[in-house]
Design a binder for this molecule. Structure first.
Ligand code: WT7
Length: 650
């Protein structure tokens, strides 16, 4: 590890930063030694209708997982993101929207956003939405997505955002799981010049009997205005119901532990789970991490390139920035449309100060060469961020040099849908960085490494990454299944929150995330359960058995490698290959599209019938020389065929 280049904190940056090294140390110690005092103080960054008197009340005990923060306080997230800013910065831009087409953009002030949110909030009430109801959002990256989230929050309804790239089938499952009665969508979405029929996807999702029974109203934003099918008994135009609604709407006080949103994410087994996030702790944590990690100062233009369909969009496009009265940029498009200089053009056009993106995007740009950003003026940039997957040191250095011009700190932020906000990250004025390391914990976060028996490892070590105690942004439960929540996160290593990631801690106490230790894969920063892709595949009539593993992929981080055994009567053909690929796309969505599909006469199984994924992973990695012990296999000859026909040859 000695050849790792340390990038020291820039003293000029540190002098102006919210947090320098001394302050980090003091505040971190306080946050761990006396969480009640620390979070009691920082909880005050929000406006509370009823101030909290209790701060932390949490238990990681498997039989009583119970997480509460600020539990007797009442507040409203939309009020904190809008109303409280009106006096001081009503005319300041809250959202800069940059359209897919570079000629389209819009500045929305806090006052304007407040008006739009109030109108939709009233309109939703008019459609019968009440406090506690779940509203599903299936939206493009347009301002109405943020408006809809905040409108739900305003009336105490719970939003469940489903990524616009998911299939009708996946959408239907999420509507059923959340028992959602209203869907907000748009006629079409526009990405990279391509038109996606979102409303038609909703129509398809609602052919699912359970979803159809639940959903009474579909609110449709007009994005492109192209022709679409319409059901008068169910569909309403967003512009009609909001035009008729008043722009005044009191924000409904909710308890700190009332749910703000559900967000589905993949696990190693079973269906995607709807993680429940509540209002008070989540918002305190999202706002505070946004301010300190990105060193956000009033007047800064901040851009996170994520989609609101993921937690990154929730915490760092919408809630964190808006709670801080920031100007947040929302981008409808993709990095390579109209061409690969787009990110550079947007940074230049809007004079972006903080830029937060994913390693997969950085690697894609890097592949195009040094002048990929078309000589755009990037001098406004002060800080760069990375999220979603481990960033390889080469990509880190390229990001630093070509985008940051060697003068912007890089924050490599490790966190999860479950954590609500950033957990391990350098604070830019405080922590020297090492390319590829997420470095040190944020305030209040106690990471630890344990071995497979759950024994805590000290000093420099490699193990399973766990968190020892609760932090305010933590997910409270899985919607409708608290037992699954307890089992998934608190049963493997007793007394700890299990992240599912492996990590190494070096002699300086820096954390290096090594990737998932479970059957979850991370493709271009999108999280997927291999079991989900497998169950989509076996639903195809030609497939007898399927096994899915991740393998290292230059651009995507991990690619999807599929082994398929066919039903008798079906032949391995190129057509079938194509068909299976299309099938998975339509069952889950384009992000789950297999990269490599290998037809296999059989799977390597133990005598008890368990597929030995370790072997499949090794073969997919083209590392078949080290398969380990295969003597327990029911039929060891299967392996020879798999090796002979392997698809990823280096
Ligand atoms: C998983 C969580 C964090 C919001 C977006 C993804 C991986 C995330 C990093 C990072 C290494 C990372 C982990 C984690 N991951 N950030 N900076 N370095 N790995 O949220 O979809 O819930 O996925 O993404 O494996 O467990 P998510």
């Amino acid at each position: 590890m000695s050849d790792i280049k340390v990038h020291p904190v820039n003293p000029e940056f540190a002098a102006k930063a919210h947090i320098d090294n001394a302050k980090y140390q003091t505040m971190y110690d306080q946050s761990i030694n006396d969480p009640d005092a620390f979070w009691g103080e920082h909880g005050k960054r929000l406006d509370w209708f009823t101030p909290f008197t209790k701060v932390k009340n949490t238990s990681f005990d498997l039989h009583n997982v119970d997480i509460r923060w600020f539990e007797d306080g009442t507040l409203n997230a939309s009020y904190n993101c809008l109303d409280r800013h009106l006096e001081e910065r009503g005319d300041q831009t809250a959202i800069i929207w940059e359209g897919d087409d570079p000629s389209e953009s819009e500045h929305i002030s806090y006052r304007d956003l407040h008006g739009r949110v109030c109108r939709l909030a009233n309109a939703l009430r008019g459609q019968g939405v009440k406090k506690g109801d779940v509203v599903t959002l299936y939206m493009p990256m347009i301002p109405e997505a943020a408006v809809a989230m905040l409108a739900c929050a305003r009336i105490g309804a719970v939003h469940s955002v489903v990524f616009g790239g998911f299939s009708p089938e996946a959408l239907a499952n999420r509507i059923d799981g959340a028992e959602s009665t209203v869907v907000i969508t748009s006629d079409f979405s526009l990405r990279g010049g391509k038109v996606v029929p979102l409303k038609a996807n909703v129509d398809k999702a609602l052919t699912d009997p359970a979803a159809a029974k639940l959903v009474k109203t579909v609110v449709v934003v007009q994005r492109t205005g192209d022709k679409l099918a319409w059901d008068d008994s169910r569909d309403v135009w967003y512009h009609d119901i909001t035009a008729a609604a008043s722009a005044e709407c009191e924000a409904e006080p909710v308890l700190a532990e009332d749910p703000l949103f559900i967000l589905y994410t993949s696990g190693s087994t079973g269906k995607p789970k709807g993680l429940k996030h509540t209002t008070g702790g989540y918002l305190v944590y999202a706002a505070m991490t946004h301010e300190y990690v990105f060193d956000y100062k009033p007047g800064d233009i901040y851009w996170c390139t994520a989609d609101v369909g993921w937690v990154t969009g929730h915490s760092y496009i919408v809630y964190g920035p808006l709670a801080n009265g920031a100007t947040t940029l929302m981008f409808e498009g993709v990095p390579n449309y109209p061409d690969s200089s787009r990110f550079g053009r947007v940074i230049e056009k809007h004079k972006v100060n903080q830029f937060y993106t994913a390693p997969t995007a950085i690697r894609a740009l890097m592949q195009q060469g040094e002048d990929v950003l078309g000589n755009a003026d990037l001098s406004s940039l002060r800080l760069l961020g990375s999220v979603g997957e481990p960033i390889n040191p080469e990509a880190w250095e390229w990001y630093n040099r070509v985008v940051g011009k060697d003068s912007c700190p890089i924050v490599d932020t490790w966190w999860q849908t479950e954590t609500g906000g950033i957990m391990i990250t350098p604070l830019p004025g405080a922590i020297n960085t090492k390319p590829g390391s997420a470095t040190r914990p944020f305030f209040g976060v106690l990471p630890a490494l344990v071995d497979n028996e759950g024994k805590e490892l000290e000093g420099a070590a490699d193990g399973n990454l766990v968190i020892k105690d609760s932090w305010p942004g933590q997910s409270r439960s899985i919607w409708g299944d608290h037992e699954r929540f307890s089992q998934t996160y608190f049963s493997t290593f007793k007394g700890f929150y299990t992240t599912g990631d492996g990590a190494r801690r070096d002699a300086d106490g820096y954390y290096w995330i090594t990737g998932r230790v479970d059957d979850v894969i991370n493709v271009s920063g999108h999280r997927m359960g291999t079991a989900e892709v497998e169950s989509a595949l076996v639903a195809h009539p030609a497939v007898a058995e399927a096994a899915v593993v991740g393998y290292p992929h230059n651009l995507k981080g991990q690619g999807i490698y599929v082994y398929v055994t066919l039903q008798s009567g079906f032949d391995a053909s190129d057509e079938l290959l194509k068909e299976l690929r299309t099938w998975v796309r339509s069952e889950i969505g384009p992000i789950a599209s297999p990269d490599l599909i290998q037809f296999a006469p059989g799977m390597p199984k133990t005598r008890s019938g368990k597929i030995m994924r370790r072997i499949l992973r090794k073969i997919a990695e083209d590392d078949y020389g080290a398969l380990g012990d295969t003597s327990t296999l029911a039929d060891p000859t299967v392996v020879d065929d798999l090796i002979e026909n392997r698809l990823n040859r280096k």
